[in-house]
Design a protein. Structure first.
Length: 553
């Protein structure tokens, strides 16, 4: 085994594989596919299965037997199989790689990043936040991870963490397996990994056969060929091959039907036997009664197959739900037993054994937990050291200088009389001459308005500059807010954040503020518009220097 694969398990190794007319060996490992040229001990090509979008093969009849791997980023790699034994061996090598990739790629299939979708929705619905993202992240003032960690809550924190919802099985998934003629009196079935997963979940007996025979006895392609040729798939055929690989599967299905009939429906309000025109089961035994004629038997077998198919589809969707519900609600026996309005009697649930099943179902349909009066309220306990003082209240201090009620009444009347006869003397506040001088100083042309031409600042600055300046203020305010929130630095994490925010402020000044000031100068505008933002940065820099000097750095 080569050094490049010494730490990995090689699932398949195919020699005589060309890439760009260079001969080499193709390796399929647990997590990647790699190609090594002859005479070297390192891989020239290596692709993880998670990065592979699809595989393509050359059409039959072509002179070159090729397999192409297409990546998610649009790149592709083509492998040319050139086994010297002939074209049949080349096809065998290529098909072996193709079938193994068909099994491995679904396991590493990239799933949609829900968190990324939520982030995109947040930015799309909040223009201010989106502009802040462009000002800080796009210009590399801060990283995207720092932005989502510091400036907004992560979408996963805004909602409860729910387990990933598994896709259910379609009741008509077998319809999608339509046979197609290959042009040479043959039939070809095109099945996808999703269809294979649905077959395994719906028919566990087929999955068991797959695990027993693939790949040590037969290949993946041979297994599905036998499946589509079997009497189990074509049950309308009269003759059955004794060497059929799936002969036991039909018997297992019959056992599942009988077990379901024996188990019955646990809901006491549902009597499924009332819908039968003729009972399929005898009263004393659970054996299926023979029909009166062949047509009746065929109809009953078809109905039984439909019922079994529907039962297995429902079980494949509810089995995981039942297990999760039982684990999450283990302390609550009633919830664990009530699933789909059905009560499952368990020996380990004393609350269910004590009550009648009908009563439990009635309670479930009539009692709502959110409307019950037994809701517990979280209250804080009060620990008292001196209960008597709490009950009696504070004791007022005795004052020796008591004032009589007559003196209080006299003081109030005296105050009211003084307020009633008070008149303001406004002439002594500001003389008319001083008021005229002060008004002249603030008018255009006055001593305090020498540099003003009588126009407002918003009228002299273009709207584009105002919008850009507003965006700069918004971005700088966010950076400064998180910078000042780090003080006092009581934890090592806050110290690291101070250093990070200091670097972010410096990058903001060089990447955003200085180009904006140069733009103002080129447009013959007042460069003093940036003075306030510069002063805010200088105060932050001074605080950072003081903090470092205190730490002795």
């Amino acid at each position: 085994m080569s050094p490049g694969t010494s730490s990995e398990d090689v699932l398949l190794m195919v020699s005589h594989v060309h890439h760009k007319k260079v001969d080499g060996t193709l390796y399929l490992m647990n997590e990647r596919i790699a190609w090594m040229p002859n005479g070297k001990d390192t891989f020239s090509i290596s692709h993880k299965y998670a990065d592979i979008k699809m595989q393509k093969i050359s059409p039959e009849g072509k002179s070159k037997v090729q397999l192409q791997v297409v990546l998610h980023n649009g790149d592709n790699t083509t492998f040319h199989f050139v086994n010297p034994m002939g074209s049949s061996w080349q096809l065998q090598d290529r098909n072996g790689v193709k079938e193994l990739l068909q099994q491995l790629l679904p396991k590493f299939k990239r799933k949609i990043n829900k968190e990324l979708e939520e982030k995109n929705n947040i930015l799309a619905n909040d223009p201010v936040l989106f502009q802040l993202y462009r000002d800080l992240v796009t210009t590399q003032v801060i990283t995207a991870d720092e932005f989502w960690a510091n400036y907004v809550k992560k979408p996963a924190q805004n909602q409860a963490i729910n387990s990933e919802q598994e896709t259910g099985v379609s009741g008509s998934f077998l319809i999608g397996i339509a046979p197609q003629t290959d042009g040479s009196c043959g039939i070809k079935y095109n099945i996808t990994p999703e269809i294979i997963d649905s077959i395994f979940r719906t028919y566990p007996a087929v999955k068991r056969k797959h695990m027993e025979n693939v790949p040590h006895k037969i290949t993946e392609s041979e297994f599905w060929t036998k499946f589509f040729q079997s009497h189990y798939f074509h049950r309308d055929r009269l003759n059955m091959n004794s060497k059929d690989l799936f002969s036991e599967c039909a018997k297992i299905d019959e056992e599942d039907v009988k077990n379901a009939i024996d188990k019955g429906i646990p809901d006491p309000f549902v009597d499924i036997t009332s819908f039968d025109e003729e009972k399929l089961l005898e009263d004393d035994s659970k054996t299926v009664v023979n029909a009166y004629n062949t047509q009746k038997e065929i109809n009953q077998n078809m109905i039984r197959r439909f019922n079994h198919h529907s039962m297995m589809v429902l079980q494949s969707c509810t089995k995981k739900k039942l297990d999760t519900s039982a684990d999450n609600n283990l302390p609550n026996a009633k919830k664990a037993a009530l699933v789909n309005n059905c009560v499952n009697s368990t020996k380990n649930s004393p609350s269910i054994s004590e009550k009648d099943s009908k009563k439990i179902l009635i309670e479930k349909k009539t009692i709502y937990e959110d409307l019950s009066a037994n809701s517990k309220q979280n209250v804080s306990s009060l620990n008292l050291t001196k209960i008597n003082r709490y009950l009696s209240g504070p004791i007022p201090l005795l004052d020796t200088n008591d004032i009589s009620p007559e003196e209080v009444t006299f003081a109030v009347n005296h105050l009211n009389n003084a307020i009633y006869h008070w008149s303001p003397n406004l002439s002594n506040v500001l003389t008319p001459s001083s008021a005229i001088i002060a008004l002249g100083d603030v008018l255009p042309g006055g001593s305090l308005m020498k540099n003003m031409d009588g126009t407002y600042l918003k009228d002299s600055v273009p709207v584009e500059i105002q919008i850009e300046m507003k965006q700069l203020y918004c971005a700088l305010s966010e950076l400064l807010r998180h910078f000042w929130c780090c003080f006092p630095t009581t934890t090592p994490q806050l110290e690291e954040k101070v250093l990070s925010m200091q670097n972010s402020l410096q990058r903001f000044e060089f990447a955003k503020l200085q180009p904006f000031q140069e733009k103002l100068t080129k447009n013959c505008l007042q460069s003093q518009l940036c003075d306030h933002m510069k002063s805010l940065l200088q105060v932050a820099y001074k605080k950072f220097s003081t903090w470092q000097s205190r730490l002795g750095r």
